[in-house]
Design a protein around this ligand. Structure first.
Ligand SMILES: [Zn+2]
Length: 287
C-alpha cells in the first residue's frame, strides 16, 4: 500500500513509469484449449454424483479424470472457496499463485487450474461459466478470482482483537478434508491451500492496491463448470461471507448452499490426453 512518499522522484521518473508493461507469460507459449471437443462431450453425459454444500460448511468429493463437475448457485447469491487435490497424492494441489501468473487475476472458460511444484500440470479446465458476461466492472472487479486466499480464523483473530470464529472457509475445508481422509484435523489443515474464489467479485483498488470485494452478481442457476484432467478430490466451502457484500468471518451475512454435481461423459472429449507430470528434471543445476 504505497500511501506515503518519503523519497524525491528522480529526474527521469516519468520516463521510467512510461515504459509499457510486458505480459509475463505470453499466451502464445500457453495456447488456450479448443473448447468444442469439451462441449461436444457434454451431450448425453450422465450425472453420477451430487453434493450439497450447507451454508458455512464445506464438503469434499471425488472426480475421476475425464469427468466434469459443476458448482451451481442455488437458493441465493453465495460464493464458494474451492480446493483441489490429486487423488494419488494430496501433496499435488491447486496452485492459485501460479494459475494467477499464467491466466490473470480472475478465471473463466478455457483457463486451467494448475498444480503445485514439482507437478505443475493442469488439474482441471474450466469448460463453462454463466457469469462470463460480467467481465471487469467500473471498479476493476471481476468474478472467480485467484487473488484472495480464503477467509481463515488466524487473520480474523489478528484483526478482530482476539476473536474465535470456527466457520471460516479454512476451518470448513479442514474439517471436511479430515472427515474425507480420516486424517487428524491438524494434519488435514496442512493440505488446505489458497483457493479459487468461485462466484466472488473482487479486485484491487487503483489508488491503494487494496484487495476489495463487492456483492457477487451470481444468481440461482448460475454455474461454473470444470473438466477433471486428472483424478481429483475437490473441496468447497460455502463462505460465511454469503455473497461477500459486507463481511465474512462471522455469522452475520445471509448464506445459502452450493450444489456440486459430477457428470460422466459418454466418451472423453475427442483428442483429450491426460496431462503427464512436469518434465523438469529436478536437478536444479546439480549433478
Ligand atoms: Zn470464506
Amino acid at each position: 500500500m504505497k500511501l506515503v512518499q518519503t523519497h524525491a522522484a528522480p529526474a527521469d521518473a516519468a520516463e521510467r513509469a512510461a515504459v509499457p508493461p510486458v505480459i509475463c507469460y505470453p499466451v502464445d507459449s500457453l495456447p488456450r484449449p479448443d473448447m468444442a471437443p469439451f462441449h461436444a462431450a457434454r451431450v448425453g453425459w450422465q450425472r453420477v454424483a451430487e453434493v450439497l454444500i450447507p451454508p458455512r460448511e464445506a464438503r469434499v468429493w471425488a472426480v475421476p479424470a475425464g469427468h466434469f463437475f459443476r458448482i451451481t448457485s442455488v437458493e441465493g447469491p453465495q460464493v464458494g472457496d474451492l480446493n483441489l487435490w490429486a487423488q494419488a497424492d494430496l501433496r499435488e494441489r491447486f496452485y492459485s499463485g501460479k494459475t494467477r501468473a499464467l491466466h490473470g487475476t480472475h478465471l473463466s472458460t478455457g483457463d486451467r487450474l494448475w498444480s503445485s511444484f514439482p507437478f505443475l500440470r493442469p488439474m482441471a479446465t474450466i469448460t463453462d461459466d454463466t457469469l462470463d458476461w460480467y467481465g471487469f466492472d467500473a471498479y476493476g472487479g471481476a468474478v472467480h478470482d485467484v487473488i484472495g486466499t480464503r477467509c481463515d480464523p488466524y487473520t480474523h483473530h489478528l484483526l478482530s482483537g482476539g476473536g474465535q470464529y470456527h466457520h471460516c472457509c479454512h476451518s470448513n475445508l479442514t474439517r471436511a478434508l479430515a472427515d474425507w481422509t480420516g486424517l487428524p484435523l491438524r494434519e488435514a489443515e496442512g493440505h488446505v491451500h489458497d483457493v479459487l474464489n468461485v462466484f466472488m467479485c473482487t479486485g484491487f483498488t487503483r489508488d491503494t492496491g487494496q484487495y476489495f470485494m463487492k456483492a457477487s452478481p451470481v444468481r440461482p442457476g448460475d454455474y461454473l463448470e470444470f473438466f477433471a484432467e486428472i483424478d481429483l478430490i475437490g473441496g468447497l466451502s460455502a463462505c460465511p461471507g454469503g455473497d461477500c457484500s459486507a463481511e465474512h468471518s462471522s455469522d452475520v451475512a445471509r448464506c445459502f448452499p452450493l450444489l456440486v454435481e459430477v457428470f460422466r461423459p459418454v466418451a472423453p472429449p475427442v483428442g483429450w490426453v491426460p496431462p503427464a507430470g512436469n518434465g523438469y528434471d529436478r536437478s536444479h543445476g546439480r549433478p
